[in-house]
Design a protein around this ligand. Structure first.
Ligand code: ADP
Length: 796
C-alpha cells in the first residue's frame, strides 16, 4: 500500500495543517501528560537565500562598465526549526501511528534512536512507544524539564511573559526579558498542579502541589454539563454567569461585609446556590453558569495556594504554566485577582504565551547538545506559530474549519547568538518599539489597514524577483492568504503574539515571504539603485569637498536625510519612484522640509562637531542605493577624516530595500575604488563593515549580533547613528544610550507625520548627548510627547 493512502486512512489531515514539516524531522521529544501529549520535533527547513558575490565582469574596454556590480544568486540552505504541537491523550495511539508513517519509517535516520520523553506517560507508555515506533524512551525528569523549558522561553522568546489586568485599557502587559530572572515560583497547572521554587538553573524544589487542577476542571465540567471536550467547556464558561450558582457575600450579608473588607460580590461559597436545587423541582441551573463557576473555583483555589507558597518562601514573581490556562481571560483574571487579593498587591502573577510546552521544550533540550541554548539563540517563527487563542487539533484531525489555526509553536535557530548593544543605557528598561498598537486602537486600525492594502504590491514585487513565474504566482497567492489571515487574527486578538507593533507586522511579513521562498523581493531594484548611485558618488564627494567646514557638515546631514527619502516601504515614495525614473538625489533633497525641522537638533550637532572627534561611530544603515552610497558613505568618510573610527553595519538578511551585509561588503569595495579615504580606512581597519544580526527594517537593540557587540566594546563606541523610519522612529525613538546618538528620519507616511504634528517629508534630526539617567538630555522639541495636531487620517 502506498504511504499516502495509509496515511489518509489514519489521519485525514494534510500533514502541514498540524504537523508541519514532519517528514524532515530529525529528532523528537515528548511530554506525555495526564490529559495532553506534547510533541516536539526538530526539522530542517529549506530556505531560499539571496547571495551576492562580486561580479566577475567589468569594463570591456569601451570605458563603460556593462556588467552588474555584483551577481545575485538564490540558493537553498538548510535551517533548523523546532516544532511543538499538542494532542489529546485519547488520540495518543493515533498520533503514534501518524508519526510512524510520516517520520520513523520514512527515513532510516531515526532507526535505533531514542525519544526523549517526560511526563507520567513516558513511564506508562514505554512499551506502546517501543511497539509503535520501534524507538526506546529515554525518560527525563519531569520537574527538571519543566524548569529548563521555562527558563528557555523566558530567555529566548520575545514577549513571552505577561501580566493580565482585565479591567485595564491594555489588559496584557508584556514583560521585557528579565536579567534578574531568579528566584521565582513556577506553578504548573496541568491535569494536576505542581508548585516549584526556582532559585537558579539547577537549584529548584517542588515545594507543593494540588490535585485540584486542569483534570478536575475537565472531568467535573464534562460531568456537570453537556460539554464533550475542553474547548467546548471553555466556550460554555465564557458565556456563563457564576453568580447564578455561587453564593456571594451579599447573598449572605445583604451587601458587603465591610468590617472584614469583603465586597458583596466576593464568592462566599462556590456552587453554594445549588444546594437549594433538587432533581425535578426548584430552580434550574444553566450549564454555562456551572462551567463558569467551576472555572472560578479551580482558578481561585490555585491562585490562593500559589500566593501562600510564594509568601511562605519569600518569592515575589509567580509564573503560571500548563495547558489549563490556555490564555483564557477568565482563568487569568481569576488567578490574578486571587493573587492580588491575598497578597494585597505585593505579588506578581505572570502568564506565559507558550505555557503548555515547557516540559516538552525541556525534554527536547536534553541531549540536544548541538542546539545548546547557551551557544545558539532561537527566535519564534511567527509565520508558523499560532499565537494565543488558537484551538486544539480536532480529535479526528479533520479540520472543521479549514482556516482554523491549530495550536502550534515554532522556533527557528538563529545563525549567531544575539545580545544587547553595550551602548544601551539601561538594557532591562529598553523597549525597542515606540508605539504599542495594542494600546492605541486608531493606530492599530491604521496600520493593519495599511499592511492589508499593501499586500498586492508586495506580492507582485515578490513574483517579479523570481527568475520564472511558473510557480511564483501560486506561492505569492499563498503568501497573501497567510498574511491576510494573520492580519485578521490580529484585528480580533491584537495580543496574540505579544505586543503588536509596526516592527512585528513588518517582521511577520518578511517571515511569511520567506515561508514561500521569496528570499529577497527587492534584490534587483536594490542592485539597480546601487549601480546608479555609485555612478554619481565621485561628483557628490567632489561637491562636498568644495564646501567650507560648516556648510559641508550641513550638506552631509541633509545628504543622510535625502537618502532616507528613498524608501520602498513608504507608499508616498513608492508612488514617486514608480512614476518617475529620474527621481534622484536632488529631487529628494528638495522634498525635505525647510528648517526648522520637526525635530531640529542640527545646531547642537554642528556645535558638537567643533569639539574633539568621536572615538568610534556605530552607524546602522538603512536603504540601498542613494541612501547608503550618497548619504551614509560620505558621512562615514567625514567621520574617518576627523579621526573617528566607524563601524558600518547592515542587516544580516534582507528586509524590504534595506542594504544587507553581503551587499554592503561589495559596495564598500566599490566605494573604495572611487575614494582613497574609504580605501585606506577599510584597509587599515578604521572603517569596518559588519552584520547587525537583524533581518528587519526595524531594529531591536537588545538582540544584535554578538560579534558586533564585542566590536563596539573593543572600539569604545561613543556615537550611535540610527537612520530611517524603521530604526529611528518606529523603533528606538525613545532608546536611551550611554553615549551620544543621532536619530535621523524623514517622515514619509502622512498619517504618522500628522500624528507627530508635522507633514509628509517632515524631518527628524534628533541629537542626544549620552546620559547616565534616562531623559536627562531631552531633545529640544521632542516629538515623543506631542499630541496629534490634526485628527488622524490615512494617506490613501
Ligand atoms: P498534562 O501534562 O497533565 O496533560 P497539561 O499542561 O497538558 O497537563 O494540561 C492539561 C490540562 O489542560 C487539562 O486537564 C485541561 O484542563 C486543559 N486543556 C487545555 N486544552 C485541552 C484540550 N484540548 N484537551 C484536554 N485538556 C485541555
Amino acid at each position: 500500500m502506498c504511504a499516502e493512502r495509509s496515511y489518509a486512512r489514519s489521519i485525514s489531515l494534510p500533514p502541514d495543517e498540524v504537523f508541519r514539516n514532519l517528514r524532515n524531522a530529525k529528532r523528537f521529544a515528548m511530554d506525555i501528560g495526564g490529559s495532553l501529549a506534547k510533541l516536539a520535533y526538530y526539522s530542517t527547513v529549506e530556505r531560499s537565500r539571496a547571495y551576492v558575490s562580486a561580479s566577475s565582469g567589468g569594463d570591456d574596454g569601451d570605458g563603460q562598465d556593462d556588467h552588474h556590480l555584483y551577481e545575485i544568486q538564490e540558493q537553498n540552505e538548510l535551517g533548523a526549526r523546532i516544532h511543538f504541537v499538542k494532542f489529546e491523550m485519547t488520540y495518543f495511539e493515533k498520533c503514534l501511528d501518524f508519526i510512524k508513517e510520516n517520520l520513523v519509517s520514512s527515513h532510516g535516520e531515526m532507526m535505533g534512536k531514542v525519544v526523549k520523553a517526560t511526563g507520567g506517560g513516558s513511564h506508562k507508555y514505554t512499551n506502546l512507544i517501543r511497539d509503535k515506533l520501534g524507538l526506546e524512551c529515554d525518560k527525563e525528569d519531569e520537574m527538571q524539564c519543566l524548569i529548563q523549558g521555562c527558563i528557555f522561553v523566558l530567555r529566548n522568546i520575545t514577549n513571552e511573559a505577561f501580566e493580565y489586568q482585565r479591567h485595564s485599557p491594555q489588559p496584557y502587559k508584556f514583560q521585557t526579558m528579565d536579567a534578574d530572572l531568579f528566584p521565582f515560583l513556577l506553578v504548573n497547572i496541568g491535569s494536576g498542579v505542581s508548585i516549584v521554587k526556582v532559585e537558579s538553573h539547577d537549584k529548584y524544589e517542588r515545594i507543593g502541589g494540588s490535585s485540584i487542577g486542569g483534570g478536575s476542571f475537565l472531568g467535573l465540567g464534562c460531568k456537570l454539563t453537556k460539554a464533550k471536550n475542553f474547548d467546548e467547556l471553555l466556550q460554555l464558561a465564557s458565556q456563563g454567569d457564576h453568580r447564578n450558582v455561587d453564593m456571594l457575600v451579599r447573598d449572605i450579608y445583604g451587601g458587603a461585609y465591610s468590617a472584614l473588607g469583603l465586597p458583596g460580590e466576593l464568592i462566599a461559597s462556590s456552587f453554594g446556590k445549588m444546594v437549594s436545587a433538587k432533581d425535578g423541582e426548584g430552580q434550574e441551573f444553566e450549564e454555562q453558569d456551572i462551567a463558569k463557576s467551576l472555572l472560578h473555583t479551580i482558578s481561585n483555589d490555585i491562585g490562593q495556594i500559589s500566593c501562600l507558597y510564594a509568601q511562605l518562601h519569600g518569592l515575589r514573581k509567580i509564573y503560571f504554566g500548563g495547558f489549563f490556562i490556555r490564555g483564557h481571560p477568565v482563568t487569568m483574571h481569576t488567578i490574578t485577582y486571587a493573587i492580588n487579593f491575598w497578597s494585597r498587591g505585593t505579588l506578581q502573577a505572570l502568564f506565559l504565551r507558550h505555557e503548555g510546552y515547557l516540559g516538552a521544550i525541556g525534554a527536547f533540550l536534553k541531549g540536544a547538545e548541538e542546539d545548546d541554548s547557551e551557544k545558539y539563540c532561537w527566535g519564534e517563527n511567527y509565520a508558523g506559530s499560532s499565537g494565543l487563542h488558537s484551538t486544539s487539533p480536532p480529535p479526528d484531525f479533520i479540520p472543521r474549519d479549514r482556516t482554523a489555526s491549530f495550536d502550534r509553536f515554532e522556533l527557528d535557530r538563529l545563525e549567531r547568538p544575539l545580545v544587547s548593544l553595550p551602548a544601551l543605557l539601561d538594557p532591562p528598561s529598553y523597549f525597542p518599539d515606540t508605539v504599542d498598537l495594542t494600546e492605541d486602537p486608531d493606530a492599530r486600525k491604521y496600520w493593519l489597514d495599511c499592511f492589508e492594502e499593501a499586500l498586492g504590491k508586495v506580492a507582485a514585487r515578490a513574483v517579479a524577483s523570481q527568475p520564472s513565474r511558473d510557480d511564483a504566482e501560486m506561492r505569492a497567492q499563498q503568501f497573501m492568504a497567510k498574511y491576510n489571515k494573520r492580519l485578521e487574527t490580529l484585528r480580533e486578538h491584537p495580543f496574540a503574539y505579544g505586543s503588536l507593533t509596526v516592527r512585528s507586522l513588518l517582521d511577520t511579513r518578511e517571515q511569511c515571504l520567506n515561508e514561500f521562498h521569496f528570499a529577497d523581493p527587492y534584490q534587483h531594484i536594490k542592485q539597480q539603485e546601487n549601480e546608479a548611485a555609485l555612478r554619481i558618488l565621485p561628483e557628490r564627494l567632489q561637491h562636498l569637498d568644495s564646501l567650507e567646514f560648516r556648510a559641508r557638515q550641513v550638506a552631509l546631514a541633509e545628504g543622510l536625510l535625502a537618502g532616507n527619502v528613498f524608501d520602498w516601504g513608504a507608499k508616498a515614495i513608492t508612488r514617486l519612484m514608480e512614476g518617475d525614473d529620474s527621481f534622484g538625489f536632488e529631487e529628494a533633497m528638495s522634498k525635505l522640509q525647510a528648517r526648522p525641522w520637526l525635530v531640529d537638533d542640527l545646531d547642537p550637532w554642528l556645535e558638537r562637531l567643533q569639539d574633539h572627534p568621536h572615538k568610534c561611530a556605530l552607524i546602522f544603515a538603512d536603504n540601498s542605493g542613494l541612501d547608503i552610497i550618497l548619504g551614509v558613505f560620505p558621512f562615514a568618510r567625514e567621520m574617518v577624516l576627523r579621526g573617528t573610527q566607524v563601524i558600518l553595519c547592515a542587516n544580516s538578511k534582507p528586509a524590504l530595500n534595506d542594504v544587507t551585509y553581503g551587499e554592503l561588503k561589495i559596495l564598500a569595495k566599490k566605494v573604495a575604488e572611487l575614494c582613497p579615504t574609504i580605501r585606506t580606512a577599510l584597509s587599515e581597519g578604521h572603517l569596518k563593515v559588519m552584520a547587525s544580526g537583524a533581518a528587519s527594517p526595524c531594529l531591536d537593540l537588545s538582540r544584535i549580533d554578538e560579534m558586533l557587540s564585542q566590536e563596539c566594546q573593543r572600539r569604545g563606541v561613543d556615537l550611535v547613528v540610527l537612520e530611517g523610519m524603521g530604526r529611528a522612529i518606529h523603533t528606538n525613538y525613545h532608546a536611551a544610550f550611554s553615549c551620544e546618538s543621532l536619530k535621523l528620519a524623514v517622515l514619509k507616511n502622512k498619517w504618522l507625520a500628522n500624528r507627530l504634528g508635522g507633514d509628509v517629508f517632515s524631518v527628524i534630526f534628533k541629537y542626544t548627548k549620552g546620559s547616565k539617567v534616562e531623559g536627562k538630555t531631552p531633545s529640544k522639541n521632542d516629538i515623543g510627547t506631542q499630541q496629534p495636531r490634526k485628527s488622524p487620517e490615512t494617506d490613501r
